[in-house]
Ligand binder design. Structure first.
Ligand code: FE2
Length: 211
């Protein structure tokens, strides 16, 4: 499958589940000692579910100038995904940004509400950690909900897709896509949600909106 030139240069891997594109990049971008210290020094909470990751209480991490470098790099990647894969010309802005720490913990299935595009950046990763995307039905099952005899799982016959996480991976996806993580190791992640901003639509088509 031919990828857009710029993304090939950035070595983005594209996975498509039910028409929803998931982009995976690894820029070999490492946090500085100071940035790592600042991420690990955040206040973390564990929610009520058993064996869940620690999640930062801070949900607007990028408002802190200490994380500006990370914010800028992720924003560049997300814009590239928006421009080269989604092929839309609307502007984006970051809305939420947070961190999670997993240590043999699992993050239950969820999608990101009040968001358009989501991005996760694995700043540390050791062991066997997986990010799993799920849809209700595969493309084939949407056509006819048969119990197919699958020869080899691919984007058209699968309703779930598992990504093995590596240190430095940046995964970008549409926020409505359900996902979970299963971790038999340790990983630290910085996540961010993005929304459209500026002028959307036209008066001519009765769709003008400024947000
Ligand atoms: Fe998530």
């Amino acid at each position: 499958m031919g990828l857009p030139k710029k993304l090939t240069e950035m070595q983005i891997k594209l996975i498509i589940i039910n028409g929803s594109p998931i982009g995976i990049l690894n820029l070999d971008f490492e946090l500085t000692k100071e940035e790592k210290k600042n991420i690990l020094g955040l206040n973390y909470a564990k929610d009520e579910y058993i064996n869940c990751p620690l999640i930062s209480k801070e949900v607007f991490l990028f408002k802190n100038k200490k994380f500006k470098r990370i914010e800028e790099i992720l924003f560049r990647c997300v814009n590239q995904y928006k421009n080269e894969i989604l092929k839309i010309d609307n502007d984006l802005r970051v809305i939420h940004s947070w961190a999670t720490i997993n240590d043999n913990t699992n993050h239950e299935q969820h999608a990101h509400k009040n968001s358009f595009i989501s991005c996760v950046f694995y700043v540390e990763n050791t062991g066997d950690n997986k990010l799993i995307f799920k849809v209700e039905k595969s493309t084939l099952e949407k056509c006819h909900y048969f119990d197919y005899k699958i020869k080899e799982y691919n984007w058209f016959n699968s309703s779930a897709w598992t990504i093995d996480i590596n240190k430095g991976d940046i995964v970008i996806f549409l926020s409505d896509l359900f996902h979970q993580s299963i971790n038999k190791g340790k990983k630290t992640m910085i996540g961010a949600n993005y929304f459209l901003t500026g002028e959307i639509g036209t008066e001519k088509h009765y769709t003008y909106l400024k947000i």
